[in-house]
Write a protein that binds this ligand. Structure first.
Ligand code: KG4
Ligand code: ZN
Length: 351
């Protein structure tokens, strides 16, 4: 069964055809990075306008590459939140039109849930129950999946997402947008133990994150150097990037280990744009104390926003009859689960 997946929640216009939720037939992503780069971050109005310009072509290309037409599609899955409301509305309007004209189901997909389903597209899928760490520009979440639709948000960022911290620190170091890949490249030539940046909220109970303070610690470090008349040259910039990257990765791994210990889960999934980071991928595979075969890390191209992950999540939702009517709205703050558990249920346990 072919599902068309449509993704427009931020600055990537994505459309993909996926068979039975697992096999990618086509996956087309039009990135707007060049549009937003000169502003150092995503400009919502520009994102919406560019989605309008590219969405039809991206969908047409995804069908062409899949060698099929809309008549071969059994359902249209679309991200309806969370994200930028204007951007979400473009994908949603197009998805509704296709569903209406072709008489196929409209399948609503939560963006963070879609990221988790990117790990179902690599050949070996994670077995339920599992724990997912989703790290992107808008989210840093630890989610416990007991089953396909039985999941619970255990912890999330209280301020900046990990990717957002990468983007902001890159900006203050004068690096290009998006900051994640730029910091990673810069960090390659630096010493990760040069500066002792904090590992936020690892000394207190719970699985929540807070990356805003870490970003401020980098800012103060740079200001301190400047106040002492020390120039942030290439070598210093590389040390700052490497030490910052290490602090983010350590924090993510510490909290994931804590969550695994508290839940007893033996399978873990890494997803989201920041999951493209080499150090995080390596530490996720080596630092959680689990068998490598129980760890699922999608290929880098599936970590960033794309339509295939939406189609995969949509296929499984359709199997369980989770479809929407044409009155489906975009929800910029769509919650993953209604509430968070008491954070004192997650003691440090040495981590
Ligand atoms: O999942 P995504 O494409 O969009 C959102 O849902 O937010 O994630 C984008 C985020 C950006 O903040 C970007 O800087 C970060 O992922 N990112 C990375 C890397 N590649 C992308 N962060 C760290 N290292 C990378 N290699
Ligand atoms: Zn995303």
């Amino acid at each position: 069964m072919y599902i068309l997946g449509i993704e427009t929640s931020c600055d990537e216009t994505g459309a993909a055809v996926v068979e039975d939720g697992k096999r990618i037939i086509s996956n087309v992503v039009a990135s707007q990075v060049h549009v937003h780069a000169e502003y150092g971050g995503v400009v919502p109005e520009l994102a919406s306008r560019n989605h309008i310009l590219t969405i039809t072509g991206v969908i047409e290309q995804s069908l062409e590459e899949a060698g099929c037409t809309l008549d071969d599609i059994s359902g249209v899955a679309v991200t309806h939140g969370p994200g930028l409301v204007g951007a979400l509305l473009i994908g949603l309007s197009v998805a509704k039109s296709i569903a209406f004209v072709k008489g196929v189901p409209l399948i609503p997909v939560h963006h963070v849930n879609a990221h988790v389903y990117s790990s179902f597209l690599g050949g070996t899928e994670p077995e339920f129950p599992f724990l997912a760490l989703v790290v992107s520009g808008g989210h840093t979440s630890i989610i416990d999946y007991s089953g396909r639709h039985d999941y619970r948000l255990l912890g999330r960022t209280r301020d900046d997402a990990a990717g957002e911290a990468f983007d902001k620190v890159a900006k203050l170091l004068g690096l290009s947008y998006p900051g994640g890949p730029a910091i990673e490249k810069e960090a390659a030539g630096g010493d990760e133990s040069a500066i002792a940046f904090p590992r936020p909220m690892t000394e207190t109970k719970g699985l929540d994150f807070s990356f805003s303070g870490l970003k401020t610690a980098v800012l103060y470090h740079v200001r301190d150097l400047e106040a002492k008349g020390i120039r942030v040259d290439d070598a210093r910039r590389a040390d700052i990037a490497a030490s910052f990257q290490r602090a983010v990765v350590d924090t993510l791994i510490i909290k994931t280990r804590r969550a695994l210990k508290a839940t007893g889960r033996k399978v873990a999934v890494l997803a989201g744009g920041v999951a493209a980071n080499s150090l995080l991928r390596e530490q996720f595979l080596q630092g959680l104390g689990l068998e490598e075969s129980s760890l699922h890390v999608p290929s880098r191209d599936l970590c960033v926003d794309n339509g295939a992950m939406v189609a995969s999540a949509g296929y499984f939702a359709l199997q369980d009859g989770r479809v929407a009517t044409l009155s489906l709205g975009a929800d910029p703050n769509l919650p993953l689960t209604p509430d968070l558990p008491d954070q004192s249920a997650f003691p440090q346990n040495g981590w």
